[in-house]
Design a binder for this molecule. Structure first.
Ligand SMILES: Cc1cc2nc3c(=O)[nH]c(=O)nc-3n(C[C@H](O)[C@H](O)[C@H](O)COP(=O)(O)OP(=O)(O)OC[C@H]3O[C@@H](n4cnc5c(N)ncnc54)[C@H](O)[C@@H]3O)c2cc1C
Ligand code: SF4
Length: 562
């Protein structure tokens, strides 16, 4: 039984769950970490060393298709044709007049989506945490940057973040623990182009080791981070937080164990959880406290599935807020061929970044910021297969020579921008689709309004300008979220706030309704930020949640009344 041996059950082992599990162990609590997916062994499961490395993307052991469904997406309009995704070999990526989904990109496995992340380790822009009071959109965070700062600093040391001593993009109390990575030649060319436009590319803080650290080797600049790092130098959660939680001797880890339901007690506590193992066996286990960290799509699903007489619309959903305020990844990239060989198929992805438009008021005429970075790896333009199918037209010997000639000349500028919540973007339960356990799948509703499209238009235009200024004369591919839903960062479905009518959890991630239920993943974000990658902030919030939980547990405030 979970409650006899464990003080806390953590559901999900990604950025939020892995960090929370470690921090709870540090506080002396005994933790049971439950993960729906399997554990991966970087040296053998990842495929960068094999001849099929390019066609084998991240080696999902559980197929990603159909884990969630998407409600019908919006119609595309001729006035936004400049935002359509296209490729010079294939033409329009979405031939019809309706936005298409290629799925919510995530990993089900020990370490969660950090297993295939690029390692960007960003702090939130302080002003992006006050979107309601400053601009009348989204909601204010109930914590401010100054409160998160010590947690950021601690995590940077723990996972090993490499960054520049000259980084002034955020207030900092300590330098990065590791020096910045050398920038690839391709990245330097982009930076030179940007500079000609008056924009600055600076070293991007990355959870990838610029020298040996924490018993892990330095990066070898193979560019393959999104396929899983076989050297363990990338600071994904499995090789950092989860490893340390295990080493503490206070964390039991169960993989391939899905939680299918939370069970509310008669009081204001979660009494039990229902788990399902791969053989289909379900069992109810009593719990003392729960940290829910299944990600911004599966966390609301689990709460909505957990109906009970006292919670007819799902756990912690008394004010109907669970699943609302979904935010996705607003993104764009433009790729072209540079006349010179740049070696752009190698090097650390996104090794530099332009923050010039990151502040929420930095883009003229629209609220919400964005950032720009080199994106050749994210666009998956690293190997001969992508070059043969997307970069070089034609066939036969000329095509073969063209591929050889193009390899290393591809230059991509990528941009991610603020995604603001709106009434048409939310997560609910699919009325028809069921998973293997017979439970309703999560259904994502996504809608981009005019403000998002204005921001996206700015992002696309600037990507094109930077690329041209860097010397690219021939653009061969562009893709963006106007006609494609391909979210890599998702947020906001269990918003944190001070008012139970408009939020699900408080400033410490604790449910307004259930005193022993905490949420510690990207679902608590009240706003998305202007292109910051979210893991560092998810981890900072999770550490804070864990400390708060432990303090309350010590005071026995989470127990059932005597
Ligand atoms: C291609 C790509 C690149 C990215 N690059 C970056 C980057 O460079 N920097 C950055 O900061 N972010 C990056 N991200 C985003 C980042 O990985 C995620 O935002 C982050 O991992 C989300 O953390 P989370 O804890 O909310 O969810 P996840 O990390 O997705 O973790 C959720 C976990 O819960 C498990 N789970 C779900 N349901 C259940 C259940 N019912 N029972 C038990 N377990 C369950 C899942 O299997 C998963 O392991 C990237 C994402 C992608 C897809
Ligand atoms: S580039 Fe570095 S961090 Fe990324 S997979 Fe290769 S060795 Fe790992």
């Amino acid at each position: 039984m979970a409650d006899a041996d464990h003080d806390v059950v953590v559901i999900g082992s990604g950025a939020g769950g892995g960090a929370a599990a470690w921090a709870l162990c540090e506080q002396g609590l005994r933790v049971l970490l439950l993960e729906a997916g399997p554990a991966y062994v970087p040296e053998t499961d990842y495929r960068l060393h094999r001849s099929d490395w390019e066609t084998a993307r991240f080696p999902d052991k559980l197929p990603p298709a159909d884990r969630q469904t998407l409600a019908p997406l919006q119609a595309l309009e001729a006035r936004h044709d400049a935002l359509r995704s296209w490729n010079h070999v294939r033409g329009r990526v979405v031939p019809g007049d309706t936005r298409r989904s290629v799925g919510y990109s995530h990993v089900v496995g020990l370490g969660g989506s950090t297993l295939h992340f690029a390692g960007e380790a960003h702090r939130m822009h302080p002003e992006a945490m006050r979107m309601a009071s400053r601009f009348g959109v989204a909601a204010d965070w109930p914590v401010d940057y100054a409160t998160l700062e010590p947690y950021y600093t601690r995590i940077e040391r723990l996972i090993g973040v490499a960054g520049s001593a000259d980084d002034t993009s955020r207030p900092r109390s300590a330098p990065y623990p590791l020096p910045p990575h050398p920038r690839s030649y391709a990245s330097q060319r982009l930076a030179a182009g940007a500079e000609a436009l008056g924009l600055g590319f600076v070293p991007n803080p990355l959870a990838a080791l610029s020298k040996p650290y924490d018993g892990r080797p330095g990066c070898n600049y193979c560019a393959g981070c999104l396929r899983g790092c076989p050297r363990r130098d990338k600071g994904s959660v499995d090789v950092t937080f989860v490893r340390r939680a295990r080493e503490s001797g206070r964390c039991e880890i169960r993989t391939e164990c899905q939680v299918t339901r939370l069970v509310a007690g008669d009081d204001d506590r979660i009494r039990a959880i229902v788990t399902r193992s791969t053989d289909g066996l379900e069992r109810e286990e009593r719990v003392r406290s729960v940290v829910l960290a299944a990600g911004a799509v599966e966390t609301p699903r689990l709460l909505l599935l957990s109906t009970a007489p006292g919670s007819p619309d799902g756990i912690a959903n008394d004010s109907g807020q669970v699943g609302r305020h979904f935010m996705e990844t607003l993104s764009w990239y433009t790729s072209g061929l540079h006349p010179e060989p740049l070696g752009s198929h190698r090097g650390l992805p996104s090794d530099s970044i332009c923050w010039d438009f990151n502040a929420p008021d930095a883009i003229d005429g629209v609220v919400g910021g964005c950032r720009f970075s080199p994106g050749t790896a994210e666009a998956d333009l690293l190997g001969p297969v992508s070059h043969a199918t997307r970069v070089v037209r034609g066939f036969g010997r000329a095509h073969q020579e063209g591929v050889r000639d193009a390899l290393g000349r591809v230059l991509t500028v990528a941009s991610i921008g603020e995604s603001l919540p709106g009434p048409k973007s939310f997560v609910d339960l699919d009325p028809v689709a069921r998973d293997a356990a017979g439970n309703a799948k999560a259904r994502i509703h996504s809608h981009l309004d005019d403000a998002e499209l204005r921001r996206l238009t700015f992002m696309a235009r600037t990507c094109r300008e930077i690329l041209a200024a860097a010397g690219v004369e021939e653009v061969f591919e562009e893709a963006g979220t106007y006609d494609l839903f391909f979210s890599t960062h998702v947020f906001g479905t269990c918003r944190m706030g001070t008012d139970p009518e408009t939020s699900v959890v408080d400033a410490f991630g604790r449910s307004h309704r259930f005193r022993n239920l905490f949420v510690a993943d990207a679902s608590v974000f009240p706003s998305s930020g202007g292109g910051e990658s979210p893991s560092l902030t998810i981890e900072a919030l999770a550490l804070r949640t864990a400390e708060h939980l432990a303090a309350r547990a010590r005071r026995r405030e989470l127990d059932a009344p005597a």
